[in-house]
Write a protein that binds this ligand. Structure first.
Ligand code: FMN
Length: 185
């Protein structure tokens, strides 16, 4: 079985629920970036050992949170030796608005993965975009590059859309399947 790490930040718990759903789908270990932008003990070693790394952050002001960016800057250490070269990478984000510039965050993750000479795993779920589409459909927000979720600004983490969490689970499963194929190469 492939070794998958989901490394994420969440300020108020919404992206944490999304991260938990991704990790459930992928049977992955969860690594939470704390409020100071630091990783728990042993996390760098876990990232070094992972076949696939999934990045997660809320979208704040059109990009990842500063705590995620602090982590991203700290990855310059493995970057120097290209220690993460040829790992698989994927990413997810959550924000209040339907659009909210979530894709700026996803595209930041893609760039970060590319700087590490990684391979990007896309979302792989067709969008629910017909007139009959419902709020709880998988990929109702219509993303291809990564998994996205919308948490209205007055909604608690418990009120997150089931379809967004199912999207996250299916996305995690896809990353796990891709990592298993890649690990067999
Ligand atoms: C500083 C800050 C900036 C934000 N910027 C955006 C934004 O650019 N787009 C958006 O749709 N929502 C934005 N939001 C809303 C958050 O993305 C939303 O509340 C999200 O669910 C928070 O996730 P979390 O609970 O994991 O921190 C912002 C919230 C904060 C606190």
């Amino acid at each position: 079985m492939a070794d998958i790490a989901v490394v994420f930040h969440s300020g108020y718990g919404h992206t944490q629920r999304q991260a938990q759903a991704v990790a459930e789908g992928a049977a992955a270990r969860l690594i939470a970036i704390d409020a100071e932008g630091n990783l728990p003990e042993g996390a760098w070693e876990q990232l070094a050992a992972a076949d696939a790394i999934v990045f997660g952050s809320p979208t704040y002001m059109g990009g990842p949170s500063w705590q995620f960016k602090k982590f991203a800057d700290a990855t310059s250490k493995p970057w120097f030796t290209q220690a993460w070269k040829d790992k698989l990478f994927a990413g997810f984000t959550n924000s209040a608005a339907l659009n909210g510039d979530k894709h700026s965050t996803i595209h930041y993750f893609i760039t970060l993965a590319a700087q590490h000479s990684g391979l990007w795993v896309s979302q792989g779920i067709m969008p629910s975009s017909t007139k009959a589409a419902q709020r709880d459909d998988p990929n109702r927000l219509g993303s291809y590059a990564g998994a996205i979720a919308q948490s209205p600004s007055d909604a608690s983490p418990a009120e997150m859309a089931p379809g967004d969490l199912e999207t996250a689970r299916q996305f995690g499963k896809r990353v796990a399947e891709a990592a298993a194929r890649w690990a067999r190469r």
